[in-house]
Write a protein that binds this ligand. Structure first.
Ligand code: GLN
Length: 381
């Protein structure tokens, strides 16, 4: 064996792989990793088949198919009032995670500091570290997980290069509000801080609330990479396709990396997505679609001994289990997967210090019968 110095010595296998593998092994209902258990629209799969049959089987242009970038540009303008030039400011990626990786690698140099809010989606910190950057994490606390902006101010230094935001938030299901935007704006004004805004759940915002995309605010938009995901939009997480939007000066650097780690994303899916996106109902119907699932699942969980946390967006519902058990969240998640037959994500996996508030995250992007079956099992706890 050749001696290797690990670049990420402390990084375990992602919790999503661990929990999904365990759920499969023991035959549990998998409410851990976030993905739908129902089919996407046959219109969409027909469009992909047609694209293949029509011969769209060779490389797409490096930044993605222009027709798809045009659709994205129009959608963004319509929803958030921002103009992104499809030629120079939008790139199709192999999913949200790749877009996040590429954005961080494009701008983070050794010793640059990046502020993240924990619990944080698990790819942010390892990617920052891989680039030699320094993770400055601020812990948020249940039940509301509000960002304490005074604490953010204390973390800012002249080496702060980036702030990573995620709204709707995975795993806590919170969303940024107008006051958050104001505070963020105050902090970044007159500072060379880039924003990486992970907005992959942008269409999953409930109770008539609005998604406050960075694209709505010209001063923030000018310094932001915005990451989006067709997996969430089309119920096709396995297609691994998403996109990144940023002003041209940032996108230029993004593409320098993208061209050598991905080059371009699979063509037939892009041809299909460009056509499918022409129907605005595809995304305008998503809040209601998922709100129904949320409400149904929450109603069901009320029969259990779990304590429900609020859910304003995303397709995740968090619960406290202090009335049921007193063990570590990772142990509890493993145990109920094996013994009760329902898999969930232990939220401590999203804290670099492993902070454990004894909370589990369930994904409700599932058929009603799956949610009902899961509740039937969870009631027994
Ligand atoms: N975003 C999904 C989740 O939070 C998982 C994605 C993945 O497994 N990489 O569950």
């Amino acid at each position: 064996m050749i001696p290797i110095i690990s670049k990420l010595p402390q990084t375990p296998t992602t919790i999503f792989s661990v929990m999904s593998a365990l759920a499969n092994e023991v035959g549990a209902i998998n409410l851990s990793q976030g993905f739908p258990d129902y089919e996407c629209s046959p219109v969409l799969t027909d469009l992909v088949n047609k694209a293949m049959q029509d011969g769209h089987n060779q490389y797409a242009p490096m930044p993605g198919l222009l027709s798809l970038r045009e659709q994205i540009s129009q959608k963004t303008e319509k929803l958030y009032g921002a103009t992104y030039n499809p030629d120079s400011e939008i790139t199709i990626t192999a999913g949200g995670t790749q877009a996040i990786f590429t954005a961080i690698s494009a701008v983070i140099h050794p010793n640059d500091e990046v502020i993240i809010f924990e619990p944080a989606y698990d790819c942010y910190a390892p990617t920052i570290k891989l680039m030699g950057g320094i993770v400055k994490s601020l812990e948020l606390h249940p039940p509301d997980y509000k960002i304490q902006w005074d604490m953010v101010k204390k973390l800012i230094s002249n080496r702060t290069r980036m702030i990573i935001l995620n709204s709707p938030h995975n795993p806590t299901a919170t969303i940024l509000d107008a006051e958050d935007i104001k505070q963020l704006n105050d902090i970044v004004t007159n500072r060379d801080i880039i924003i990486l805004s992970d907005e992959v759940y942008e269409h999953l915002v409930f109770d008539g609330q609005q998604h406050l995309s960075m694209a709505r605010y010209p001063e923030l938009q000018q310094r932001s990479f915005i990451v989006a995901s067709f997996g969430k939009l089309f119920h096709t997480t396995g297609w691994k396709i998403g996109y990144c939007m940023a002003p041209a000066y940032l996108m230029q650097e993004f593409r320098k990396i993208h061209q050598f780690n991905v080059f371009s994303v699979n063509t037939p899916m892009q041809v299909a997505a460009a056509e499918y996106l022409k129907d605005e109902n595809i995304y305008l119907s998503l809040p209601d679609f998922f709100q129904q699932k949320r409400d149904h699942f929450r109603e069901g969980l009320k029969q259990t001994r779990f304590e429900l946390l609020p859910c304003s967006g995303s397709y995740f519902q968090s619960v406290r289990y202090q009335n049921i058990a007193d063990e570590k969240d990772s142990d509890f998640a493993m145990r109920i997967t094996r013994e009760t037959g329902v898999a969930a994500i232990p939220v401590s996996a999203f804290y670099s210090r492993g902070t454990d508030h004894q909370i589990l995250r369930f994904c409700f992007a599932k058929k009603q019968e799956t949610l009902d079956k899961a509740v039937d099992r969870l009631v027994k706890l």
